[in-house]
Design a protein around this ligand. Sequence first.
Ligand code: COA
Length: 257
Amino acid sequence: METIKHNSINFIAGAWPLDPARPTILFIHGSGESSLLWEAQVEALAGRINTIALDLPGHGASDGPGRDSVSDYARDVMAFVEDAGTPDPVPCGLSIGGAIAQQLLLDYPQKIKAGILVSTGARLKVMPQIIEAIETDYEQFIAMSRMFAASEKTPPALLDSLMQDTAQCAPRVTAGDFRACDRFDVMARLGEIAVPVLVISAEDDKLTPPKYSDFLVAHIKGAARCNIPDAGHVVPVEKPEAVSEAIRAFMADFDLG
Ligand code: COA
């Protein structure tokens, strides 16, 4: 695995340079997180597929301010795809990352061949207490995240790196992410998506419950579904193999790699 910075965007890649003959899964993290969320999948899926996980602007080691709208982040990701020459991008995002993936599918239908939506929804209203905690007491917000982010069955130590990562994200960037989620609503537009989509949910997800994924599957034509037991919102960290396997099977079923 390699860590690379292209212009202002930092990312990890399963192998570099990318193979122009293979599709590229472009992993996008959740609010206040970084590419670290997807480390296991970037590694496990590299080979038949190019794998890249980005740090969104203002996150991890990427420069720039964060954003407070999903469309702005989608534009940033598309600019990266075009700049870095990413072959056949398949966005795979969690939570706000999944919102960005939906926005890419809607805004760039000619350029995006498929999408993978993990622990997300077509609308992502945020409990006001979350934004308030970020703005007034970031440590309290990290403590709340620990409580809500994973299944009660997940060993707490598995979350340590992820929580450290969020603790290092500037509070104004994390707040902007949650504000962007709160404004996001593409419920009425899902019928426009006409490419293969995989929806991954986790049974114990309290932040984006499986009901949100039911809605995605019911309204995106032909969407495939994988519901993972004994995991919560940060399922790529809680059940890395199950997530990689679901993605591998989807890519193979649709002859994407
Ligand atoms: N897909 C399907 N259904 C959805 C949905 C989605 N993406 N988003 C909301 N809904 C449903 C809700 O389940 C609810 O259904 P109900 O009336 O049958 O219970 C209805 O639409 C209205 O919900 P919502 O728009 O969320 O408004 P609300 O005022 O009822 O609730 C919150 C606001 C913040 C309490 C609620 O959205 C919530 O608990 N969110 C999850 C926690 C959170 O903050 N997550 C962070 C996400 S990044």
